[in-house]
Design a binder for this molecule. Structure first.
Ligand code: KG4
Ligand code: ZN
Length: 347
């Protein structure tokens, strides 16, 4: 196998509902970043339907790779390696990306590098900074995950805490669905919250008073449902609300999520003594969360490194963390499988 020192990395990401391909050079310059979002396919269901997602990936993966290469002006024979998300994610969706990456690795005789998607979300902070950012506390807040890490290095992430039920993004998506605001819920709630009163309703701040670094968001959506339905105990929305009330509920709901995330980041920073906080994942695009974390960082005199908004939601460019693995000769065998959960398969 060739292992050229310089060159270009082709990265492929298909862990959820974005079909993405990117070309990144060794200095982490993003030469192309193609993201084909499937939001329109899942919108009517208020969440991602795994079977629909995998079928769409099959149709879109090769056009996405073609576009990434042509936009970057890079030929297949110029690639140093191919990186692909193998975990965590939807099993059928991951398989599409991995199969494409294995095929390229085999045919081009270039190394295959397997990338952990949540770690890549944090590597987006390294890319935003343009220099080393670890060690740091890392918060990954996405549709599928809410995780706090002690990031010892770009390839050594120690889990400090995680959600015991819904992820923060899932709470946004489910909340938006209850409020009739559409999918994806995070941007919809953020927009509605601008004109709402965040103090209108005091939603619970789950696990805030317990000493750990875990999160819980599922009770929040139930609390929202009760606010919408009043005394009715129906499990679905039975009342139509005035627009003003919807905006107030959106702002108050967002406030509760942001409060909990900010408080746990503060706790993780205090406990670990780290002097930097990295935040990535779709929810890291939330303007209110970004503001609040800026205040926390200032208060604790730590550096805050937020992923660029364009690299918060799913993309392949952040799989540029594969360069770190290439440096350590950590390549994946061609018989590697996908891992839907977070566990790292043995290399
Ligand atoms: O990282 P991501 O694209 O996919 C996963 O790996 O899950 O995150 C998607 C999640 C969705 O739940 C979406 O509602 C949320 O990120 N999101 C936001 C915002 N933009 C996307 N949540 C809050 N505010 C936003 N501006
Ligand atoms: Zn993600």
């Amino acid at each position: 196998m060739t292992n050229r020192a310089d060159g270009f990395l082709l990265a492929i990401e298909s862990s959820c509902d974005e079909t993405a391909a990117a070309v990144i050079d060794r200095r982490l310059t993003v030469l192309s970043n193609v993201v084909s979002s499937q939001h329109e396919l899942h919108q009517q269901f208020g969440g991602v339907v795994p079977e629909i997602a995998s079928r769409a990936h099959v149709r879109r993966i090769i056009p996405a790779i073609d576009e990434a290469l042509s936009t970057a002006g890079v030929r297949l024979d110029q690639l140093t390696a191919v990186a692909v998300t193998t975990r965590p994610g939807l099993v059928g969706s991951l398989l599409v990306g991995l199969t494409a990456a294995k095929t390229l690795s085999l045919c081009l005789e270039i190394p295959l590098v397997d990338v952990n998607h949540v770690e890549a979300h944090l590597f987006a902070c390294r890319m935003a900074a343009g220099r080393e950012v670890f060690p740091a506390v890392g918060l990954v807040v996405s549709g599928g995950h809410t995780l706090l890490y002690d990031c010892v290095s770009a390839t050594d992430f120690q889990l400090l805490g995680s959600t015991i039920d819904d992820a923060a993004g899932e709470a946004f998506d489910k909340g938006a669905k209850l409020l009739g605001l559409g999918y994806p819920g995070g941007p919809a709630i953020q927009r509605a919250a601008v004109d709402g009163d965040a103090k209108a309703v005091r939603f619970p701040r789950p696990l805030l008073d317990s000493p750990g670094l875990d999160f819980s968001f599922s009770g929040l959506k139930t609390a929202l449902l009760y606010e919408i339905n009043g005394s009715s105990h129906s499990r679905s929305v039975v009342r139509e609300l005035p627009r003003e009330r919807i905006l107030d509920l959106a702002a108050s709901y967002q406030e509760a999520i942001v409060d909990v995330l900010a408080a746990k980041c503060r706790r993780a920073l205090t406990r670990t003594g780290r002097t930097a906080l990295c935040v990535g994942g779709g929810v890291a695009a939330n303007a209110h969360l970004r503001e609040r974390l800026t205040a926390v960082a200032a208060e604790l005199s730590v550096e805050l490194i937020l992923a660029e908004p364009a690299l918060c939601t799913d993309n392949a460019a952040m799989a540029a963390m594969a360069w770190e693995l290439i440096d350590q000769q950590l390549f994946a065998p061609l018989d590697i499988d996908v891992t839907p959960g977070l566990l790292r398969p043995k290399r």
